[in-house]
Design a protein around this ligand. Structure first.
Ligand SMILES: C[S@@+](CC[C@H](N)C(=O)[O-])C[C@H]1O[C@@H](n2cnc3c(N)ncnc32)[C@H](O)[C@@H]1O
Length: 366
């Protein structure tokens, strides 16, 4: 940038270049310090560098199974598509490219911050896009608001985005110190900390088991209840410590166990965090409602596709599609689950647990 560029004009004092955030060491470590990753337009080389190492730049999200989703849902010129979980807009951009200016995209997200990012990213498209801050359980209401008779394609990519997981303020990850908030939608009343400090031991144990198959669910629930009697559990690090203690682990011996087994085994607190997040956001309740109303929101011949990341979600999708084909609501559904290939998992390890299924509504001729 030249001196002239930096001046505020002939009569104004020169503008100072904003200082980069200060951090110790040679590289920024925390999410907030990664100023280059938060501004990829100004530092385009950073994205390619991180992606080549299988990392996701802070403040972004790498969409999963994009080619597979497009091949199965077959968006075409003029289609009306609803992306129920627009997030960073990776899938949405691909839909936009294929439906063209005669098509229409309706973008939903329960998270207001995510929706604003998507609005910035997709707002320039030459395709009409409308945005709704809404839980996808309210999809029928969105259809009415848009004055549509149905969607040609209904798509949902469940769970949380990398932006939500990586932001310590959201408290969704065991990797970062932060408040145990975990809400996707800040309008929800109860945070992760609220539930952790209020639910009974039995309710906690049931959630850890049913929502994340945590084998030590009883021990973890018991320890949480005894710790919270002394001091409320409000921070991610307190929950991580409780899980380690309940499992009789220390960070050091877990790292050693991992090295010995030579496998990239799951972090001991991963399942507990997942279960609490699913509970806070009633993720299974929203999915059940979406699956219930989706057939009535599709046009004849319309397609529905859902990516899930957890066996509980995938079971619901599989069962619903199978029952709907059996009772004639859908004409066909994916025979087998579609998962990422080795190449995709290598370039984006976060895609590893993705499972995609689709179904198609009856066409007018059938
Ligand atoms: C995995 S990300 C989607 C990423 C997106 N496909 C992309 O390519 O960037 C999931 C998004 O869905 C949103 N979400 C999760 N559950 C939701 C629900 N029940 N209703 C609406 N949005 C939801 C989350 O806030 C998050 O932004």
């Amino acid at each position: 940038m030249s001196e002239l560029d930096r001046s505020g004009g002939a009569d104004q004092p020169p503008r100072k270049r904003p200082r980069r955030p200060r951090y110790g060491g040679t590289h920024p470590k925390s999410y907030a310090q990664k100023y280059k990753e938060h501004n990829l337009a100004a530092y385009p080389q950073i994205e390619a560098h991180l992606r080549a190492k299988g990392n996701t730049p802070a403040g972004t999200h790498v969409p999963v199974l994009v080619e597979e989703v497009m091949a199965c849902l077959r968006p075409k010129t003029g289609d009306i598509v609803v992306d129920c979980t627009v997030g960073y807009g990776g899938h949405a951009l691909e839909f936009i490219r294929r439906i063209g200016p005669d098509g229409r995209l309706i973008a939903l997200d329960a998270d207001g911050a995510e929706l604003e990012r998507a609005r910035l990213r997709l707002g320039q498209a030459n395709v009409p896009v409308s945005f709704h801050r809404s839980n996808f359980a309210g999809i029928a209401k969105v259809l009415n608001q848009e004055k549509l008779d149905g969607f040609d394609i209904l798509f949902a990519d469940l769970g949380v985005s990398s932006m939500q997981i990586d932001n310590p303020e959201r408290g969704m990850s065991y990797k970062h110190e932060g408040p145990l908030d975990m809400r996707m939608d800040a309008r929800l009343k109860r945070t992760g900390a609220d539930l952790l400090n209020r639910l009974s031991e039995e309710e906690l144990a049931k959630a850890f088991w049913e929502l994340a198959d945590e084998p030590d669910h009883r021990e973890i629930a018991r320890l949480i209840v005894s710790r919270r009697a002394v001091e409320p559990i409000t921070q991610t690090s307190q929950l991580v410590q409780a899980v380690f203690d309940a499992k009789g682990l220390t960070l050091k011996n877990w790292r050693q166990q991992r090295r010995d087994s030579k496998s990239d085994s799951l972090h001991p607190a991963a399942r507990t965090f997942q279960a609490l997040r699913i509970l806070v956001n009633d993720e299974l309740g929203s999915l059940r409602e979406l699956l219930r109303v989706a057939p009535y929101c599709l046009r004849p011949g319309g397609r529905i596709g859902i990516i899930s990341f957890h066996s509980g979600e995938d079971r619901l999708v599989k069962q619903s599609f199978r029952d709907s084909v059996r009772n004639g609501t859908y004409e066909s559904a994916a025979e087998d689950v579609i998962t990422p290939g080795v190449q995709e998992i290598r370039s984006n390890p976060r895609s590893a647990s993705a499972k995609f299924r689709w179904a198609a509504a009856k066409s007018l001729q059938s």
